[in-house]
Structures are given as structure tokens and as C-alpha cells.
Ligand binder design. Structure first.
Ligand SMILES: Cc1cc2nc3c(=O)[nH]c(=O)nc-3n(C[C@H](O)[C@H](O)[C@H](O)COP(=O)(O)OP(=O)(O)OC[C@H]3O[C@@H](n4cnc5c(N)ncnc54)[C@H](O)[C@@H]3O)c2cc1C
Length: 391
């Protein structure tokens, strides 16, 4: 059953994209969702399935084996993936997320040849390392530094909360290269490969979410990097990271919409079969209001996200609209999942039921890629400067 609370119009290309991904999810991914929960990991074989069906390197240029999709198309794919299981969006980001796109945008021909082909072939996974203990919401407060040694660099420091850092083959690490300039020209992006001497994964954390989502602590001790490890220009790493995070916010927004849509469907199915006091829950006004509120929330979130993606697609400067989307969509799915759990009663909190897993999985969205408070700060800053946020 599809609720389609508001069928926000998509052009033919995007409709075809949604249809193709939805079919792939139903035919191929459903058994993998169970396997992911059973193993508490994203199985390696899943990447073969994704690759064979064209879902590795979705956003990468076709000349490197990618599918050449735009951000809007990619977000539609993530929306469909997240209807089933959040882990599929993580798997997609390994080959099409922030680091692959940063290499695609700012990398040298050699970096593209080496890494993009590997991502598109499903052979390489990426990580993105900005956050560290002294630099979370305020990444410019980072302490990880890279100092010149001959032609190359020596990296020292520690990053934490890095999604998939324990399995990534190559990680884009942001480090201070000019302590005076910091975010204004003093941070550089480096590619660090797994196995590089001086680089170690020093802790792996599981979280409130499904076990397959793991966050790693990465430690760098006199880790030598050749000059070819720099992504973009020396000193421009903060801009590289922020550009990547802009895309990340839209990916998160659509992932939230997909999860919320799935939750509403589950709630509707449940109220049509569950009777209390001799009547179906569907007949109770208190329950109907929760369904209506969720449908309205989803419709508003989707409209905001698609409108912003359309403006990005048209090459417009969206200012802080990405922050608005990420904030609204991540808080929206929090409300929708809470109602879905409530509607399911005791079943809603039993381990192993999908609603319960979604409840834990979506909580991350209000923290990762800039917490809600930080998005509000960004939006308010634009408002106070007189920047127009929406058309
Ligand atoms: C699931 C998940 C995946 C992640 N993956 C990655 C990754 O792959 N790579 C990476 O680099 N990082 C990653 N992160 C880290 C994430 O970006 C940070 O957790 C986030 O930016 C918040 O930083 P912090 O945890 O240090 O919290 P803090 O900065 O300590 O903030 C704590 C709280 O205070 C609030 N706050 C902070 N400053 C202000 C202020 N000025 N005014 C009001 N409130 C404020 C915040 O909004 C937050 O609610 C991930 C995090 C999660 C949860």
C-alpha cells in the first residue's frame, strides 16, 4: 500500500527513477534487510547486488563507471532505500556520498582514476572525517593537524563518530594546515587509505540505531601522506567539507521522508486490523488525528525537500534552505515515528518489529550532519543578514 499523502509532481525522468528503484528495493533488497539485522553488519555481498544493478557510484561520472545521476535523482533513490532500511542509505553513501563527490568535484585526474572507478565497481568504500572531540558542532575547533614534511605531509590527531570508518578503504580527513587561518584558508582535505602507517581505527561504537550502523574513532600518529593525498587546494578543505555537507543535508532530508512514509503505511495497516473495546482503532478519532498529522507532516517535508532540490538542479543559490530542509525533515520523522510507536501500543516497542527499529534508526538524523540547533543558527543568521531563503 502506498499512502502518497501528497503526490508532489515529479518530471518523467524522476518518476521513472523512483519506479526503477522501488522495483529494485522490492525484488532484491528485502531479504538483505533481514540479513543486515541478523548479522549486525552490512554484508559484503550486498555491494555486489547493488553494483550489478547500477546502485554503486550512482552520482559519479559515467566515464568512471558511475551512473552520472544528479542530486535530486540520488535523493529519490535514498528516499526509496530508507523506506525499507536505513542501512541501504549508508551503503549507497559509501560510493556516492560526501567523499566520492568531493573527489569527483575537486580531485585530480589521478585521484579520480584511482578511487572513483573503485567506488563505482563496488570495490571501495569511503568515509568522511570532520568531527573530533574538540570539534563537533564547531568543526573549526578541530585539533587534527597536518604539517609539511618534504613534499608531503604528516598527520596527527583524532577523529570520532565517523560513519563506517571501520570498513572504509579511503577516508577524506580534514586537518589544520594553518593554525592562524583555520576555517578561513587553514584547513586542508586529505585522502587517507586504510593500512597507511600511523593510521589506526582505535574504537568502533554501536549506537542507539541498528547494529549495522557503526561509528569509528580514527587516530593518526605521525601518519605520512604524499602530496597526492590533498583534495582540492591546500587550505580550502573547509569549503570542500561544507560543499559536501550541503549535499548530505538533502540526502538526509529525503531519507527522513522515505522512512516517515513507510511508518505511516505501517500505522494505517495496523489500525485497520487492531480492535479495542470492540472497534477498530481506525474508527477512533484520536487515532485518526495522529494519522492525519503524520500525513500532513510528510507532505510538507516532501514539498520543501523537492522544491529545494529543484532549485539546486536549476543552479540557484539556495542559501540556508538546505539547513531548513534537514531541520524540518529530521524533526518531522521524529514526530511521525513517535505516533507510529504509540499507535502500535506494546508491539511498537518490542525488539524485532520494524516500527521499533525505525524509532531507534531515525533518532540519529537530528544530530548527524549538523544538529537541529546548528541548523537553526544557520537559518537565523541568513534571516538577520536579510538573505532571502525561499523563492
Ligand atoms: C549517526 C551519526 C553519524 C555521524 N557520522 C559522521 C561522519 O561520518 N563524519 C563526521 O565527521 N562526523 C559524523 N558525525 C558527527 C556529527 O556530525 C556530530 O555528532 C554533530 O555535528 C554534533 O557534534 P557533537 O556530537 O560534538 O555535539 P556537540 O557539538 O557537543 O553538541 C551537543 C549539543 O549542543 C548543541 N549545540 C552546540 N553548539 C550550540 C550552540 N552554539 N547553540 C545551541 N546549541 C548548540 C548541539 O546542537 C547538540 O544538540 C556523526 C554523528 C552521528 C550521530
Amino acid at each position: 500500500m502506498e499512502t502518497n499523502a501528497l503526490d508532489v509532481e515529479l518530471d518523467e525522468e524522476l518518476q521513472a527513477m523512483r519506479h526503477a528503484v522501488r522495483t529494485f528495493v522490492r525484488k532484491e533488497l528485502e531479504p538483505w534487510a533481514r540479513e543486515i539485522d541478523r548479522q549486525g553488519e552490512i554484508p559484503e555481498e550486498l555491494f555486489d547486488v547493488m553494483q550489478k544493478n547500477g546502485y554503486c557510484g550512482m552520482r559519479l561520472p559515467t566515464e568512471y563507471g558511475g551512473a552520472g545521476l544528479g542530486l535530486f535523482q540520488y535523493c529519490i533513490a535514498l528516499e526509496e532505500f530508507s523506506r525499507l532500511h536505513r542501512a541501504f542509505t549508508i551503503a549507497a553513501n559509501y560510493s556516492s556520498g560526501m567523499t566520492p563527490m568531493a573527489i569527483s568535484r575537486h580531485g585530480t585526474a589521478m585521484q579520480k582514476e584511482k578511487y572513483l572507478r573503485g567506488f563505482a565497481a563496488g570495490k571501495l568504500k569511503s568515509g568522511f572525517a570532520l568531527t573530533e572531540p574538540e570539534g563537533g558542532s564547531d568543526p573549526a575547533g578541530m585539533r587534527t593537524r597536518a604539517e609539511r614534511r618534504g613534499e608531503g605531509w604528516v598527520l596527527n590527531g583524532r577523529k570520532h563518530f565517523i560513519s563506517g570508518g571501520h570498513v572504509a578503504d579511503v577516508i577524506m580527513v580534514m586537518a589544520i594546515t594553518d593554525a592562524e587561518k583555520r576555517a578561513r584558508g587553514g584547513i586542508t582535505a586529505f585522502l587517507v587509505e586504510r593500512g597507511t602507517p600511523g593510521f589506526a581505527v582505535t574504537r568502533v561504537d554501536t549506537t542507539i540505531a541498528t547494529d549495522a550502523i557503526k561509528l569509528a574513532e580514527l587516530t593518526f600518529e605521525d601518519c605520512y601522506l604524499p602530496p597526492e593525498a590533498v583534495v582540492g587546494e591546500v587550505g580550502q578543505g573547509f569549503k570542500v567539507a561544507m560543499r559536501s555537507l550541503n549535499d548530505g543535508r538533502m540526502s538526509v532530508s529525503c531519507s527522513c521522508v522515505g522512512a516517515a512514509e513507510s511508518l505511516l503505511e505501517m500505522a494505517i495497516e495496523h489500525v485497520k486490523v487492531r480492535k479495542t473495546f470492540g472497534k477498530l482503532l481506525a474508527e477512533r478519532q484520536a487515532i485518526q488525528w495522529m494519522l492525519a498529522d503524520s500525513a500532513m507532516d510528510i507532505a510538507a517535508a516532501r514539498a520543501l525537500a523537492y522544491d529545494t532540490l529543484r532549485r539546486i538542479q536549476a543552479g540557484k543559490d539556495i542559501g540556508s534552505a538546505g539547513s531548513m530542509c534537514k531541520l524540518f525533515c529530521s524533526e518531522m520523522v521524529g514526530r511521525v515515528v513517535d505516533r507510529a510507536v504509540q499507535i502500535h501500543g506494546g508491539m511498537g516497542v518490542i525488539r524485532g518489529f520494524p516500527v521499533e527499529r525505525f524509532y531507534r534508526d531515525v533518532r540519529h538524523y537530528r544530530v548527524g550532519e549538523g544538529a537541529s540547533e546548528i541548523q537553526r543558527i544557520v537559518i537565523a543568521r541568513d534571516l538577520l543578514r536579510g538573505v532571502k531563503i525561499t523563492d
